[in-house]
Design a protein around this ligand. Sequence first.
Ligand code: PLP
Length: 430
Amino acid sequence: MNYYSLHKKAPNVTFRDAVLKGLAPDKGLYFPQSITPLPKVFFDNIHHLSNNEIAFEAIRQFVSPDISEDILKTIIEETLSFEFPVVELNKNTSTLELFHGPTMAFKDVGARFMARCLGYFNKSNTNQVTVLVATSGDTGAAVANGFLGVKGVNVVILYPSGKVSAIQEKQLTTLGQNISALEVEGTFDDCQAMVKAAFLDKDLTSKMQLTSANSINVARWLPQLFYFMFAYKTLKSKYKDIVFSVPSGNFGNVCAGIMAQQLGLPIKHFIASNNQNNVVARFLKTKIYDPKPSVQTISNAMDVGDPSNFIRIKEMYKNTFETLQNNVSCFSFSDDQTKAAMLEIYTSYGYVADPHGAVGYLGAKAYLQKFPKVHCVFLETAHPTKFLDVVQQVVKIKQHIPPQIQSVMGRNKVATCISTYKDFKAYLLK
Ligand SMILES: *Cc1c(COP(=O)(O)O)cnc(C)c1O
């Protein structure tokens, strides 16, 4: 598969080069040149397939011929070595738990897949690749864990100081080896801007091979389409009209769901559920795209002012506003509404949701008021104990800490503080 830049001012590249480059030289995101839907029998028979078989069929066209079928099978097997359970709360609502991986957030799948692709591409190469990643919390953790010990790859994580949860910070800053953390005085958007600037900085790119591990990287973004297929496999015999509510920040996850739909997955509608960072919700109302600096919320992994992947969503709906509006609804909720939802989910269903999942639940509920017959699946994108303070404050029961989280809690933080792009550049060049 070849990939083109969505800014259309850079040459097309192979999957390998799209992964190694991250962002195209014209600053555009890469997008696959063609999308061939899977045959209808694939979806009719999906309940007979294992998760690994589904993933293999779904992503094969996007990685061939750079990754052979045998290698792809191994990468998928190593990536998907945990569960993706669907928990039904009532006949209209389920949650898809995406937090059973090593860092307990959905980004584990994309990060592990990408790390293995990059490790494979870099196997015979003696040059080091430096992966830059801006994080609002979970990306950095998943990438750090996914890339730990991968030969020939150094990872530099930028996170906004004081704006990630205590456990997230431990996950980012305590691994060592080929992983380093930069604590940035600023917001997530500042971190993301520094990473973007580095890719365009010839002083850096002439000396080092830089790539990104944010969902702008196709190897991080595309594997997320698996989730929607796994949930469909579980629910298809029971429910006809399935709608997904995706707690969204950079819009990579919902964009991967739309890719699954383009591949033929019968999804009726998408809900992009937002916190107060709601540029897309405003756009769908007014047709005016007016990004604002991000504001801090209790669902911090979605504190994104100008979501990178929205341009890919527009591309998939052929840049037609009406098509987008017919397929995607977007709702935005306050922290108070989110906390009230966490309490409601707990008291009504005995289920403890994290703040991001709770935003997804609210989106599902808002949609069900208009379309009460559908079945809404909200994605539970992180384990509640990653946001221990707010979860315990709201549901008021002591949370059991899973071993993945326990293992980082006692470790020592190692991070370098920076505040400007100049600091960042000097750090990379040293
Ligand atoms: C990253 C993240 C999101 C947002 O996903 P996007 O792909 O950026 O829209 C939601 N919830 C959690 C817990 C996350 O880590």
